[in-house]
Design a protein around this ligand. Structure first.
Ligand code: AHG
Ligand code: MN
Ligand code: MN
Ligand code: MN
Length: 328
């Protein structure tokens, strides 16, 4: 679709989505509406993130989420805002999120889509003004329209995603998404309250010299990871680790690099969540020429068996991930 479009400067997210839809004969517009709903939620969360320090939105709640993590206030707020936007939009029949145990029904059983969310990624960075994000993953439901969605709708596997993306609340706020036909980025213009197309058809560098890993876990890494890290050190690669997956991923997509979250003593299967974090970023990686694996297979080929399942994640420049795979 994108090849047939010429994209002048000053294209808003809404306009871009509409154009993509009209370039695709037979598209009903529901996915377009759903992406716009996410755009709206992104604006609202962006506002809350920006003023968090002023209106007592920093810090923790007294509760833990289903992952056993202490929930931050913004984790909860982002979760609520996204769910509300998707309920109001009407295109989504059900949602799962990192913060809740089971399926959240929107009440729109006619909706064709289900969505998996990491409402706020990089929780530990909220209170200290460091980049954080939101990650989303969209599937066409397989259960009949008009019925209640079920588990299987969410466990179709990474290759069944129809769209995925993230919002990075960084030095600027940027919304990045793909429907499998190119990764496009929209930078938020605060004074106008609009996302504008800023990067089209992102192509990730084939190779890079940045590695992103929590080095503090070094003693629990197994041999292939230690070997790969010693290669990085021998070559004086740059070590860059924000601790917000979205931020580390976004940087590496542009500069060339690899992000690694291997199994650790604390997280024997890796820390990151397959449905909310690994699948959507792997979808974007593949669509931009980068690669994402768990060390053995492509992330998108991993079978999904439960909502909160975790996976090791090695994602980034194709040649870097390939070299790591050869050590496994
Ligand atoms: P979340 O805030 O959504 O729970 O995700 C946190 C994730 C990810 O964003 C980040 O890369 C990673 O956890 C950091 O973990 P460590 O602090 O263990 O390095
Ligand atoms: Mn969390
Ligand atoms: Mn996360
Ligand atoms: Mn999160």
């Amino acid at each position: 679709i994108d090849e047939t479009l010429t994209l002048p400067v000053g294209v808003t997210l809404d306009r871009f989505i509409k154009r993509q839809q009209s370039a695709f004969k037979g598209a009903s517009g529901e996915l377009s509406q759903l992406l716009r709903d996410i755009g709206l939620a992104a604006k609202i969360i962006n506002r809350e993130v920006n003023r968090a320090g002023l209106i007592d939105l920093t810090g923790g709640t007294d509760s833990e989420n289903i992952q056993g993590e202490a929930q931050q206030k913004l984790d909860v707020i982002a979760n609520v805002r996204l769910i509300r936007a998707l309920k109001n939009g009407g295109e989504v029949c059900a949602i799962i999120t990192e913060e809740d145990e089971g399926i959240i029904y929107t009440g729109n059983n006619e909706g064709k889509y289900v969505v998996a969310l990491d409402p706020l990624d990089g929780s530990s960075n909220i209170d200290v003004n460091v980049s954080i994000g939101t990650i989303f993953s969209i599937y066409h439901r397989i259960s009949p329209e008009g019925t209640l969605a079920n588990e299987a709708d969410f466990l179709q596997g990474g290759r069944s995603q129809v769209a995925a993306g993230y919002i990075l609340y960084g030095s600027s706020t940027i919304l990045v998404y793909s429907t499998g036909k190119g990764v496009n980025c929209f930078t938020y213009e605060n004074s106008l309250g609009e996302f504008f197309l800023s990067h089209t058809n992102v192509i990730a560098p084939k190779n890079g010299n940045i590695f992103s890993i929590n080095y503090g876990n070094y003693t629990s890494f197994f041999a292939p990871i230690k070997k790969y890290l010693s290669l990085c050190l021998d070559r004086s690669y740059s070590s860059r680790y924000i601790g917000s997956l979205v931020g580390d991923f976004h940087r590496n997509q542009f500069k060339g690099g690899i992000y690694l979250y291997p199994p650790t003593n604390e997280h024997l299967k890796g820390k990151l969540r397959l449905l909310y974090e690994c699948y959507p970023l792997a979808f974007l990686a593949e669509d931009s020429g980068a690669r994402a694996t768990d060390g053995y297979q492509e992330i998108l080929d991993i079978e999904a068996t439960s909502f909160h399942q975790r996976s090791p994640l090695y994602v980034g420049s194709e040649l870097m991930v390939k070299e790591l795979m050869e050590l496994h």
